[in-house]
Ligand binder design. Structure first.
Ligand code: C2G
Length: 446
């Protein structure tokens, strides 16, 4: 019996895929089809698949050509599969011509003609598209536009800045069609906004956008008061629009895996979380301006608050802040949370530097995430018996914003899609911590 194997993503299964499978099957008697997992696609930079792995497997099955379906989850797996299943022929579309010649050592390699005029990319482009308007054209917006291009189902159509010339220059540089003169003009040109303006302006912009019926993706911190966040969520619910905080760590693959792994008990009961984020900043920067609610807490605290809440919850018993001030802003703050049976702390700084790592301690071992932990592709689990230590690697492509953008677009397009990476409760608690800090509750000055 001649065994043939072929691989693919098979997103939005189409005639080209069916032709390929038919031709592959005709090369032998038994066809094995490898379907890539969502994680493997993320790893090889495919951010734009619309169907998940189960839907893609179902589509291959429904074609009727596959005698066996397997999943492809790691680089180099093809060599293992060919040997494990005793494969005679590896077949793939001619768009890969030459690329898989290294498999000739293990079996025959056949490049089959590709069907012209149809592709998943083309089908994805015909699907509903979310038009995004940018509010604010600073450094984070500059990173957002190229990152959004990796995610299907969106187009950045316009940008607004109260300083119109800045918006114009930005649109020219990034090839955006419209520099809006007013918020209203921006709203008219988009379905969703990405708010990347200074944080003291977030509430007003988010409110205006939601009331205009736009979905909102807002940079951290969402707002600095719990009541304001509650009000924004009420508006989002009334308008049936998505309100999401753009917290890149919450959506990046490594952090998600770390959360699920530790929740499964691998380091035992968690007794302490400590994380630090310091970014030395020019004293004259807006981020250090007391009139604009600048400072280390408002700029950076949303990052370490994420692991604190993910691992210990939002039900803390006590919270104390220690701050070093300069010109009316905190240049360095340490916060300590007391929980039932655990403690958490974090350090944030704009005017003092510290090691930016994260350690989560448990009764059986600890997790260590090296600096900068908030955009990590790697973490370690460490134990008393060092032979048990393990290192884990996950993709963190580019600036890492593409992961949150992907979740935002999926949530907007598939209203039943539940983004579980960062809950409303956690976001409200982040705002509450900011508010307590601004009110000087349990704050000690150094
Ligand atoms: N294909 C085709 N004609 C098209 C489109 C795709 O013949 N118009 C073929 C591709 O050449 C490939 C298969 O259909 O053999 C699956 O294509 P994709 O889903 O795009 O998967 P791909 O990214 O090519 O992954 O490990 C995965 C493999 O490397 C292939």
């Amino acid at each position: 019996m001649k065994k043939v194997i072929t691989y693919g993503t098979y997103d939005l299964f189409h005639e080209g895929h069916a032709n390929l499978l038919r031709r592959a099957k005709a090369l032998g008697d038994y066809l094995i089809v490898g379907v890539t997992t969502d994680n493997f696609d993320l790893e090889r930079g495919k951010m734009n698949t619309c169907d998940n792995v189960m839907q893609r497997i179902e589509a291959v099955k429904a074609s009727g050509y596959a005698d066996q379906i397997i999943i492809e989850e790691y680089k180099g797996q093809k060599i293992d599969d060919i040997q494990r299943y005793g494969v005679d022929i590896f077949a793939i579309g001619s768009d890969w011509e030459g690329y898989f010649d290294y498999l000739k050592e293990y079996c025959e390699v056949v490049y089959l003609p590709r069907t012209e005029g149809i592709s998943s990319t083309q089908l994805r482009a015909e699907r509903p598209n979310v038009r995004i308007g940018l509010i604010g054209t600073g450094s984070i917006a500059r990173r957002f536009v190229p990152e959004a291009a990796f995610v299907s189902g969106n187009t950045v159509t316009a940008a607004y800045n109260p300083d119109f010339s800045a918006a114009e220059a930005f649109c020219r540089e990034f090839g955006l069609p419209l520099a809006a003169r007013t918020k209203e003009e921006l709203f008219a040109a988009c379905d969703a906004v990405y708010i990347a303006s200074p944080h003291y302006t977030h509430y007003d912009y988010a409110k205006a956008a939601l009331d205009a019926g736009k979905h909102v993706l807002c940079e951290t911190p969402l707002v600095l008061k719990r009541g304001e966040a509650e009000d924004l969520y009420a508006r989002a619910d009334r308008a049936e629009k998505v309100l999401m905080m753009a917290h890149k760590t919450a959506y990046c693959p490594a952090f998600g895996h770390l959360v699920s792994m530790l929740k499964s008990g691998v380091i035992g009961e968690i007794v302490e979380v400590n994380a630090s984020v310091t970014t030395l900043t020019d004293e004259d920067s807006e981020k250090m301006d007391s009139r604009r609610f600048g400072g280390s807490m408002s700029e950076n605290a949303c990052f370490p608050l994420l692991p604190v809440f993910k691992f210990l919850g939002t039900d803390w018993k006590d919270l104390v802040f220690y701050s070093k001030m300069k010109r009316g802003v905190d240049i360095y703050t340490k916060a300590v949370f007391l929980y039932e049976g655990a403690v958490a702390s974090f350090q944030v700084g704009l005017g003092a530097k510290s090691e930016g790592n994260m350690v989560i301690s448990g009764t059986k071992g600890y997790a260590y995430v090296p600096a900068p932990w908030w955009k990590t592709d790697y973490f370690e689990l460490r134990f008393e018996d060092q032979n048990l230590n393990k290192k884990f690697f996950y993709p963190f492509a580019g600036e890492g914003l593409r992961y949150e953008i992907k979740d935002f677009i999926s949530t907007v397009l598939n209203r039943d899609y539940l983004s579980y990476r960062l809950s409303r409760k956690e976001i409200l608690s982040m705002c509450e911590v900011q508010e307590r800090y601004m009110n000087g509750e349990r704050l000690f000055l150094l």
